[in-house]
Design a protein around this ligand. Sequence first.
Ligand code: ARG
Length: 591
Amino acid sequence: MPSILDILDAAFREAFVAMEFPAQIAGVQESTRGDAPFQCNGALAAAGIAKKRGEKLNPRDIAANVMESMTSHPMIEKMDIGGPGFINIYPSQAAVSKRAAELQDDENLGIVQPKPLSIIVDYGGANVAKPMHVGHLRSAVIGEAIKRLLRVQGHKVLGDVHMGDWGLQMGHLISELEIEQPDLPYFDANKVGAYPTDSPVTMDDLARLYPKASNAAKGDKDRMERSRVATAELQAGRAGYMALLGHFIDVSVAALKIGYGNLGVEFDLWKGEACVDPLIPDMISELKAKGITEEDDGALIIRVEEEGEKKDVPPVMLLASSGAVLYHTTDLATLVDRKAENNPDLIVYVVDQRQALHFEQVFRAAVKADWYAPEQLYHVGFGTMNGKDGKPFKTREGGVLRLEDLLGIMNEAATKRLEESGIGADFDAAERTEIARKVGLAALKFADLQNQRLTNYIFDPERFTAFEGKTGPYLLYAVVRIKSILRKAETQGSKAGDIVVAEPAEEQLVLALDAFGRAVATSAEKYSPHILCDHIYKVAQAFSRFYTECPILVDDTPHDVRASRLALAQLTLRQLEMGLNILGIDAPERM
Ligand code: ARG
């Protein structure tokens, strides 16, 4: 069922069309000021159009005519004209009450379900053996929200972590391990038979071996060559190296599952670059046969620049002159794999905006190869999380901040906040710890998601964990407060009943709740979780005003008024919980 705004919007557009003006000038929107919840500014544009047609019409007169044709609309209480010709629209309380009842009955709380698509969201993107950095954090948090947004719209969505597990970092690991433990069977080129099933390394070993190798290779050509050779031999399928790769991946996946799990991020597919390597030879033959590849200085490329375009889009590199496969190659092979395995309608890549050109190149090649249509591939970029110096966040020592440590910092900040405000002071230690974990995580995720994703933001745990303002903890507090009201009502034996809107704060709350469907739809359409964040924040604020102005459990509140307000509180809770769940944010039961 459409929202009140959607219905008014359609009605006003129709009224303008009846007066021979185009529908698109006549949209109804939420008012930005004044008392009226909605406004329609179409009369101003209409006057401009009339002028071009040679008619002289005053926008206020057009507005008056439109209002005239709308007087009997069942949802409208009154209208008036503001300024040069804005129409202010006040819905009737009966319409608002009826809409509240509809929302109560709708398990999707007003979210409209478009035609379901099959979608893959490629996010996370952690690299095997390299520590996860804050870029991976943003990809995980934004990607998870986008996946859930698409899911609540009824789409069939798979999340794929698309691990970086192919390329030079593997050569670094293999060669470094050989330097440390040359006698391992994986390095014996003459070995026959199976390799051990237990991994020769742990995650800690990997985390140590990789920087050791990469640092050594920086200043030493021979060391670098050794890593290159190992990479090439791995890519050529050397059995011992493939067996090692298998161990590296298993050990990393186990660690990543824990790391992402701590963030509340879950993937359906744990695929990576390495697993599509077997598809590469056939893919290259196909691309050659299609006549879209070229030899260039020993390398194999696909030109993807478009005629007459200003920006410089360099060719896709399929094979380096050494024969090695590159990032472009594995992403193209992944597209081949996804087409064969899932045949998705849409693939969305949630990856740092600094990779925008890479995706532009890959997408163009995939379209040139006739595998996908341009609108099936979409890169959702995002900016960086910066330190106070305005540069991508680093540890005090200047290193890459590990996700674990980041969560540790958030946890500490949340614990401090909770202690300062005395929240949970009389709960036992285990519950306090769990609350701090949830508050810290909510603070971090909401602080990240509430920004327009392409903007950079500054990591500020103090500000993120504040209980006032547009923060995660403020929203958790709103949820917990409603839960506590409902618990109290239950012990008093008060029950929820029909919602009857009478007070302005009640009306404002229902209208705020009624904007959920639109917020979800726009958020999903633009891959912009911040739109949903804004909405949830508005709902929490509307609830807070409502709760101040409309007592619920106070003794002299009449029975049916209390029942209506309790129902409103329940509905608000459902929506806040669903909204936060889409954002991947979990609230405690109490605090
Ligand atoms: N592993 C890459 C990185 O750390 C991100 C992968 C993104 N996904 C993709 N299909 N390329 O930069």
